[in-house]
Design a protein around this ligand. Structure first.
Ligand code: ATP
Length: 136
């Protein structure tokens, strides 16, 4: 079956929302096939976010993602990449639809980076690349 990388970002872990977030993934019917708590170093984060290098939020983003533990999850199921992105909702938690993880659990905290609780791979190519980075 298809696989994706899900990250519960440091804000999600710090707010004790890991269980609530993974509950939604499992309730939807996806399977968790691997899971770990990671203190990501800068090298890993720079590779993960290589496409954003040079953008104004890049440094704050790496800082934020390195600020505390992350829960990395390998999840599986037919169309799980698309399905998890639908569960997560839009990038901006203020306007993410209610019913989604970001829409129900997130908000704007007035910080330099959108703290939006989760990451999910956005294509089969990025899923393969990102799973290789986080589950080497
Ligand atoms: P999605 O694709 O669902 O929007 P994503 O995590 O893939 O989520 P990206 O556009 O790849 O979003 O951006 C990576 C992360 O960088 C975002 O999740 C968010 O934490 C942060 N970010 C993105 N755009 C901004 C922005 N304009 N200002 C501040 N932070 C941002």
């Amino acid at each position: 079956a298809e696989e994706t990388l899900i990250l519960v970002k440091p804000d999600g872990v710090a707010r004790n929302l890991t269980g609530e977030i993974l509950r939604r993934v499992e309730a939807k019917g996806y399977r968790i096939v691997d899971l770990k708590l990671v203190n990501a170093d800068r090298t890993l984060l720079a590779e993960h976010y290589a496409e954003h290098e040079g953008k104004p939020f890049y440094e704050p983003l790496l800082e934020f993602m390195g600020s505390g533990p992350i829960v990395a999850v390998r999840a599986s199921g037919n169309r799980v990449i698309e399905g998890f992105r639908a569960l997560a909702g839009a990038t901006d938690p203020t306007t993410a639809a209610p019913g989604t993880i970001r829409g129900d659990l997130g908000r704007d905290w007035g910080l330099a980076v959108q703290q939006n609780l989760v990451h999910g791979s956005d294509s089969t190519l990025s899923a393969e690349r990102e799973l290789g980075l986080w589950f080497a």
